[in-house]
Design a binder for this molecule. Structure first.
Ligand code: CA
Length: 585
C-alpha cells in the first residue's frame, strides 16, 4: 500500500512504476497495488510518496466437520446469548458480513430483499468455500421453517455481503478489508461482522479505516483469533473494533481462543452448527458388490466416479504395470504422496490407500511444504475394508471423491469465527429496538451486561463475559421485557438402555500443515462425541450428534504431542471413556 502526499496522479505513478492497481482509497490518498521489488524501491525514493508498506494477510478463523440435519435444530448458542428471549424490535439495522460470500440458494438462509451484497471480482451470492455461509447462518438462518438451524435473528434479518475470500478460503489482504469496510458503509451498514484477522499491519491505514467507521457510527466486531496463545489479531485488536473470544457449550473458553488484553466479549464458538454450501462424498465400491466409506487424501485429485479393474499394488512404493487400473495400496513404509505419485506413474487411474492398523485415517499429499500429489484421485479406507477389497481383484472398482454445491447442508464448526457472528447479531437485535442508540451505547450495553466468566470482572480469556441479548436490551431500556426463552426440557424417561457404547478404532491424524488434526473413533451404537485433552492442550470438546462414526477436528500445533481421552454417551445417558491415547501432530 502506497500513501501519497497528493492523490492527483497517484494511480498513474503506480502504473508507471509497473504496478498493478488492486484498490484506490482517495480519502486516505492510498493506492494498493502489486509491484515488482525494484518498483517498490523506486517509489520509496519518490518525493510524492509519504509511506509505503507491505500488506498483512487476513485469514478466516475456523475449522469444520460437515453434517446433515433432520428437521430443525436450535444450536446451543442461541439460548446461551439469550437470542430466544428478544424479539426483533423494529427495523433491523443492516449487518455487513465480510467473508467468503453467501450461498443465496441455501434453503435455510434469507433471500432478497433481506439480503444484498457487493459484486466485486467475485459474486457475493456464491460461496465455494463455506466459511461465509456458515457465519451468515449463525446470524440469520430462518427459524420456524422446519428445517436446518435457527439464527440469532431468525426472521427480518438485514444482511449485506461483501466477499473478500475466494473459493480456496485462504486469505485476503489488508487493502481488500479496507475496501470491504467502505462497501459496508456505503450500503448503510450499522454492524460489520468479521470472522477473520491476522498480524498487525506495518502501515496505519487499516486502523484508520476502522476508526473512521466507528466515528461514523458503525459497530465493528471481529474474531479474537484461533492461535490459542496470548497474541493479538487485527482488526480485532483495534480499540474501534470489538474482539470476540469463543466458548463451548459449557461456557468454558475454547483452548484455541486467543487470550489477550484486547478480548472484549465472548460467545459460542465450539461445535457451532450452521448452514454450509457444499457436500463432500468419498467412497470406494465394487460393481455389484460392497461399498466402503472413504476419506479424501488431501492434495490428491477429485472424481465424480472413476471406474476400472482393481489391482493389488502392495505398498505402492514404486510404480507397477497399473495402466487403467484402480490400485489398492497398503499404508506404510513410504509417504502417502510417494504412493499416490507411484500409482500415477504406473498408469493407475485412482489410488485406494488402506490402513495398516484398525480403522481409517486422514492422509495428505502435503509433506509440510504445501506439496500436492500427481493428479490422480486418492482415497483412504480402513484396514478391515482394505482386507475385504483385496477379495475383488480384477473386478471393476469405482472411486468417488467429490465436493458438490448443496443447498441443504450444515456444518459443525469451531473458531472465534463462529463466536463473532453471535455477537454481531446480538448487537443488531438489541439495536433494532431503537435506531437512535449510538454504536458506543450498544457496545457499552453488550459489555456491561455480559455474563461474567473466568476471573471476576474483565479478563483476558472472556473479556467482560458472554454476550446477553436480553440483559443488554434492559441496560438501554430498563422497561423492556424479554420472553422466557426456551422452556426447561422435560425430565428424561426412565432408562431402558443400560449398556454403554463400546468404543473402538480410535485414531488421530494431522490433516493440514497448519496443524489441524482430527480424532476419530467408532461405537457400536449411536452416541455423542467427546474428546478431553490432558496434555498438549486442555479442555473437553463435545458435540451432540448421535452417530457411530465419530470425528472431531481440532486446530493444533505442528510438532506437539497430545494426550487425550475419548468418550461417547448414548441416548439413554450411558457413557464410555477410552484412553489415554497420544497423537504426535
Ligand atoms: Ca431453519
Amino acid at each position: 500500500m502506497i500513501e501519497f502526499h497528493d492523490f492527483n496522479g497517484a494511480a498513474a505513478a503506480v502504473r508507471a512504476a509497473g504496478g498493478e492497481i488492486v484498490h484506490e482509497f482517495p480519502e486516505m490518498r492510498v493506492v494498493a497495488a502489486r509491484l515488482p521489488e525494484a518498483a517498490v524501491r523506486g517509489l520509496e525514493n519518490s518525493p510524492k510518496v509519504k509511506l509505503i508498506a507491505p500488506e498483512s494477510p487476513r485469514v478466516p478463523m475456523a475449522l469444520w466437520n460437515d453434517t446433515t440435519v433432520n428437521g430443525e435444530t436450535v444450536p446451543f448458542g442461541i439460548s446461551m446469548v439469550q437470542a430466544d428471549r428478544v424479539a426483533v424490535g423494529g427495523a433491523m439495522p443492516r449487518v455487513c458480513i465480510i467473508d467468503s460470500g453467501y450461498r443465496l440458494t441455501h434453503v435455510d438462509l434469507p433471500k432478497s430483499p433481506n439480503v444484498s451484497g457487493y459484486n466485486g471480482t467475485l459474486p457475493w451470492n456464491e460461496d465455494g468455500d463455506g466459511h461465509g455461509t456458515h457465519v451468515a447462518g449463525t446470524i440469520a438462518a430462518i427459524g420456524g421453517n422446519g428445517t436446518g438451524v435457527v439464527g440469532v435473528v431468525p426472521s427480518n434479518a438485514n444482511l449485506y455481503i461483501v466477499r473478500v475470500f475466494g473459493n480456496d478460503g485462504k486469505w485476503a489482504y489488508e487493502s481488500d478489508l479496507i475496501n470491504a469496510v467502505q462497501r459496508c458503509r456505503d450500503a448503510g451498514s450499522k454492524v460489520i461482522s468479521m470472522s477473520l484477522g491476522g498480524g498487525k499491519p506495518l502501515g496505519p491505514w487499516e486502523q484508520s479505516a476502522f476508526d473512521s467507521a466507528y466515528n461514523a457510527g458503525v459497530l465493528s466486531i471481529a474474531a479474537a483469533g484461533n492461535a490459542g496463545d496470548t497474541s493479538t489479531s487485527y482488526p480485532a485488536g483495534y480499540a474501534s473494533v470489538m474482539s470476540v473470544a469463543a466458548v463451548d457449550a459449557d461456557e468454558a473458553v475454547a483452548s484455541f481462543s486467543q487470550k489477550n488484553a484486547d478480548v472484549e466479549i465472548a460467545a459460542p464458538g465450539v461445535n457451532t452448527l450452521s448452514t454450509y454450501p457444499k457436500l463432500e462424498t468419498n467412497n470406494f465400491s465394487v460393481a455389484n458388490g460392497p461399498s466402503w466409506t472413504a476419506n479424501h487424501v488431501e492434495g490428491s485429485g477429485r472424481t465424480t466416479g472413476t471406474s476400472a479393474p482393481i489391482v493389488d499394488g502392495g505398498i505402492c512404493d514404486v510404480a507397477g504395470a497399473w495402466t487403467g487400473k484402480v490400485v489398492l495400496c497398503q499404508r506404510g513404509t513410504v509417504s502417502f504422496k510417494q504412493k499416490v505419485d507411484a500409482v500415477a506413474a504406473g498408469g493407475g487411474v485412482a489410488a485406494v490407500l488402506y490402513n495398516n492398523a484398525t480403522g481409517n485415517f486422514f492422509g495428505t499429499c502435503d509433506d509440510g511444504t504445501g506439496t500436492t500429489c500427481n493428479g490422480v484421485p486418492a482415497v483412504s479406507i480402513s484396514m478391515e475394508d482394505g482386507a475385504a477389497a483385496l477379495a475383488y481383484l480384477s473386478q471393476t472398482g469405482t472411486v468417488v471423491s467429490k465436493v458438490e454445491p448443496s443447498d441443504t447442508q450444515y456444518m459443525y464448526n469451531n473458531g472465534t469465527s463462529m463466536a463473532t457472528p453471535h455477537v454481531s447479531a446480538v448487537a443488531a437485535l438489541v439495536w433494532s429496538h431503537n435506531s437512535g442508540w449510538t454504536n458506543a451505547q450498544v457496545r457499552n450495553a453488550l459489555t456491561s451486561s455480559a455474563r461474567d466468566k473466568g476471573a471476576a470482572g474483565r479478563d483476558n480469556e472472556y473479556g467482560y463475559g458472554i454476550a446477553q441479548a436480553c440483559a443488554a436490551l434492559k441496560i438501554l431500556n430498563p422497561s423492556a421485557t424479554c420472553g422466557g426463552g426456551s422452556s426447561e426440557p422435560p425430565p428424561p424417561p426412565p432408562p431402558t438402555d443400560v449398556e454403554a457404547p463400546v468404543i473402538s478404532s480410535v485414531t488421530a491424524a494431522k490433516v493440514h500443515k497448519n496443524g489441524r488434526f482430527e480424532i476419530s473413533w467408532s461405537t457400536n451404537e449411536a452416541s455423542n462425541s467427546e474428546v478431553r485433552f490432558t496434555s498438549g492442550a486442555t479442555g473437553t470438546y463435545s458435540d451432540a450428534v448421535m452417530t457411530t462414526a465419530h470425528k472431531m477436528s481440532f486446530s493444533g500445533k505442528s510438532g506437539t504431542l497430545y494426550q487425550y481421552y475419548v468418550s461417547s454417551t448414548d441416548a439413554a445417558g450411558n457413557k464410555s471413556t477410552a484412553g489415554p491415547f497420544t497423537h504426535q501432530n
